[in-house]
Design a protein around this ligand. Structure first.
Ligand SMILES: [Zn+2]
Length: 249
């Protein structure tokens, strides 16, 4: 009887030890992996030319230069974002550039005219094959939606295009912030964010990466950052030139 009791106590104790161990393992391994992944993504963002001061952590994402969003879960490209040639974009050309399907979330139905105007700007760039189309289907490349929590001075945010040739799949618009702007400025915000989804970065960002043959500053660029409510409302000559270089017919 005493032996049986001892055995039972021993088994019970052992079980506790085993359970504690597996719990400990779970707790220690997960954050480590997460941290390594986060560091990879951070290194990638910096390789794209952003400085520490330009990168803000926000939940599951990092936000660079105000409105360029990187998911912490993103797959970091093998070249780690280092430019291969002279560029002014993230290096990831969208491969289905003739049919980029945009799904309009019901939250932003009130800005459908602005969305159409933005799409028209990109679709009418001379010598470019970029074509956005609105889809009501369940399969789409970009979802555009309202998010009024992205920052008190951030008009919109977007993912950049991915290393496997996909458009950045989400555009967030701060409707509360831009609704009192002019129509031209509201559609500028959307045109600008769509520009990020097809790989454009900020023209006025200090970086060494230029679109071939279309480098340098451009005060008229719609892709200048930090100009919420005040920037260019139509794609500049150089914006169009750069689009035609990246997406030639
Ligand atoms: Zn931007």
């Amino acid at each position: 009887m005493k032996n049986l009791l001892t055995k039972t106590v021993l088994i019970a104790l052992l079980s506790v030890v085993v359970i504690s161990c597996s719990k400990k393992n779970e707790i220690t391994t997960e954050p480590e992996n997460e941290t390594v992944q986060n560091q990879k993504v951070l290194a990638y963002i910096k390789n794209l030319g952003f400085t520490d001061a330009q990168i803000v952590e926000n939940g599951d994402n990092y936000v660079a230069d105000g409105d360029i969003v990187f998911s912490k879960n993103m797959e970091v490209p093998a070249d780690n974002g280092k430019p291969i040639t002279e560029q002014y974009y993230n290096g990831n050309i969208v491969t289905n550039s003739t049919n980029i399907r945009v799904k309009v979330d019901p939250s932003i139905n009130g800005m459908i005219s602005e969305i159409n105007s933005a799409i028209n700007q990109w679709n009418t760039v001379p010598n470019s094959k970029i074509k956005f189309v609105i889809t009501t289907g369940t399969i789409y490349d970009i979802l555009i939606k309202v998010d009024n929590t992205i920052g008190s001075s951030t008009c919109g945010q977007a993912y950049l295009s991915t290393s496997n040739g996909k458009a950045g799949n989400t555009v967030w618009i701060n409707q509360n912030l831009i609704q009192n702007n002019s129509f031209a400025q509201r559609q500028r915000t959307i045109t600008h964010e769509f520009g990020h989804t097809i790989s454009f970065k900020h023209t006025n960002q200090s970086t060494t990466i230029n679109v071939p043959g279309v480098g340098g500053t451009d005060a008229l660029s719609l892709m200048n950052g930090g100009q919420c409510g005040s920037g260019a409302t139509v794609l500049s000559a150089k914006d169009k030139q750069a689009t035609a270089v990246l997406y030639p017919l």
